[in-house]
Design a protein around this ligand. Structure first.
Ligand code: SF4
Ligand code: SF4
Length: 132
């Protein structure tokens, strides 16, 4: 979401939660009072409520761009230290109990980014795309 300067003091996220029953997880925020702001967030609700919520945001001059977020792992450089498995609550990163090598199940990944900081070698990267 991109906010025009005049939207900074409006409780838009609060309205999405309260009036449209949308669960929000703010992943990144650059919002300064009186300035243009950017918010990267995940929304969870019925499709209908999300559409209504986005229509509400557009009425308040907020630009909305749906994005797909993916976590990429440079597995060839992985030393299987296991650090990232300790933070991956979704169970996408696990140690193979036979080989003790890291396994990454992308289907389980919720792109929470916790592994990005956990890896001492910086092997995780975040990729955004607009689905095209
Ligand atoms: S982004 Fe989150 S869910 Fe995905 S692999 Fe990393 S820690 Fe696990
Ligand atoms: S933290 Fe990094 S090096 Fe360690 S197992 Fe995970 S991806 Fe591999």
């Amino acid at each position: 979401m991109r906010f025009p300067p005049q939207s900074g003091d409006k409780p838009l996220s609060y309205v999405l939660v309260k009036d449209y029953d949308i669960s929000i997880n703010i992943l990144k925020a650059e919002v300064m009072p009186g300035k243009r702001g950017n918010l990267l967030l995940e929304m969870e609700a019925t499709e209908e409520n999300i559409e209504k919520g986005i229509a509400y945001l557009k009425e308040h001059h907020v630009e909305c761009q749906p994005l797909d977020k993916q976590i990429k792992l440079d597995q060839e450089r992985c030393i299987s230290c296991g650090n990232c498995t300790a933070v991956c609550f979704a169970g996408a990163l696990t140690m193979n109990p036979e080989t003790w090598e890291l396994e990454f199940n992308k289907d389980e990944c919720v792109a929470c980014e916790l592994c990005v900081k956990a890896c001492p070698l910086g092997l995780f990267e975040i990729h955004f795309s607009n689905g095209d």
